[in-house]
Design a protein around this ligand. Structure first.
Ligand SMILES: Nc1ncnc2c1ncn2[C@@H]1O[C@H](COP(=O)(O)OP(=O)(O)OP(=O)(O)O)[C@@H](O)[C@H]1O
Ligand code: SF4
Ligand SMILES: [Mg+2]
Length: 326
């Protein structure tokens, strides 16, 4: 397994108390596989990714438990220097907002080139040539000229391509993309997502794709992990989830996206709001919003039940959900 996150816990100290942002998250990604991590805003998708990458703000954040195994090594036990080496060369991250992730006072050529100078000891001239190659690779037109431009001189979609190029530079085994297309127009979103999927295939990388848009994952992901209140509530191959979810929250997410095969049906939105992370309700954290909830859900926290070999659901009544009796 390329990446395996086990029982990860992350807390934040806030004025309202301890916010339990990540509560026992586990997921795994193999080489060449794409895992989509899905969930509403605040469900802990980014914090989990930051903990995996070793870029969590500490304080206020704190990893209070769990393991992050990357190619078999537990990253949480490594020294910062070793982690830095793994970042970039072993795993890289793509963020939502390229403008704030890129350095505004360096040309994109210098930023891309720096990766090769610092990590590979290349000369500036060779690094510049590699930068141009990479810009070509992510299909930035006129790369040879544009290599001298600054990030703000590019459109949003082109900037996102530059960030993809940065992430690819050292050919990492794993890329974590945190909402890589959310800030873009819909048509540009599709182009960037297609490019990312194509490069992932070509380089044979593992990809963790964080998104709150179930619509984009169908074509690119192999598996989906659905997060709610800092936990994984369902994890399954993408086709199984689309066919029939095994958790009421996943069902709610699915029913709230427009689908061609369901034209004319009114869109359903999950009622209510996610819980405050300083006061997660007892029992099943989803019970205040769940159409299937009953007494046991208010008192008994569901474990992750094994639905089948490939699939898990944290719902006492996953069978009912799976067979559509809701
Ligand atoms: N720097 C921070 N200080 C305090 N709390 C934080 C901080 N960063 C995150 N949190 C807490 O962690 C929770 C989970 O945040 P996270 O960014 O992982 O959500 P997300 O699932 O990525 O949401 P989104 O879809 O909006 O990006 C937040 O609701 C917030 O309460
Ligand atoms: S355990 Fe109960 S409240 Fe939680 S998702 Fe299942 S049915 Fe709903
Ligand atoms: Mg996020």
């Amino acid at each position: 397994m390329l990446l395996e996150v086990r029982d990860l816990h992350v807390e934040f100290r806030t004025r309202e108390g301890i916010a339990r942002a990540v509560n026992g998250v586990g997921y795994a990604v193999d080489a060449g596989e794409t895992l989509a991590v899905l969930g509403e805003s605040g469900s802990g998708k980014s914090v989990t990714a930051q903990a995996v990458m070793g870029i969590l703000d500490t304080p206020p954040g704190r990893i209070t438990g769990g393991r992050v195994l990357f190619q078999g090594r537990d990253l949480l036990t490594l020294k910062e220097e070793e982690r830095r080496r793994i970042r970039g060369a072993g795993m890289a991250m793509i963020f939502q907002d390229a403008l704030s992730a890129l350095n505004p006072v360096l040309t994109v050529g210098d930023q891309l080139g720096e990766m090769f100078v610092v990590h590979r000891g290349m000369s500036k001239k060779d690094a510049r040539a590699r930068a141009i190659e990479l810009m070509d690779r992510v299909r930035i037109p006129a790369a040879r000229q544009r290599v001298r431009d600054y990030p703000h001189q590019f459109s949003g979609g082109m900037r996102q391509r530059i960030m993809i190029a940065m992430a690819l530079a050292l050919q990492p085994a794993l890329i974590i993309a945190d909402e890589p297309t959310t800030a873009l127009d819909v048509t540009v979103q599709a182009q960037v997502m297609d490019l990312l999927a194509e490069l992932r295939r070509e380089y044979g990388m593992g990809l963790v794709l964080i998104t709150h848009d179930l619509g984009v994952v169908a074509d690119v992901a192999d598996r989906i992990a659905v997060m709610y209140a800092g936990r994984i509530v369902e994890s399954a191959p993408v086709h199984d989830i689309y066919k029939s979810p095994a958790h009421p929250y996943t069902r709610g997410l699915l029913d709230s996206i427009p689908r061609l095969d369901r034209k004319g049906r009114r869109l359903y939105a999950i009622e209510g709001l996610p819980p405050s992370l300083t006061h997660i309700p007892p029992g099943c954290p989803f019970h205040p919003r769940c159409p299937l909830a009953r007494d046991v859900c208010r008192t008994d926290d569901p474990p992750l039940y094994e639905v089948d070999e490939q699939r898990e659901s944290a719902c006492h009544f996953w069978r009912e959900c799976l067979h559509g009796r809701s």
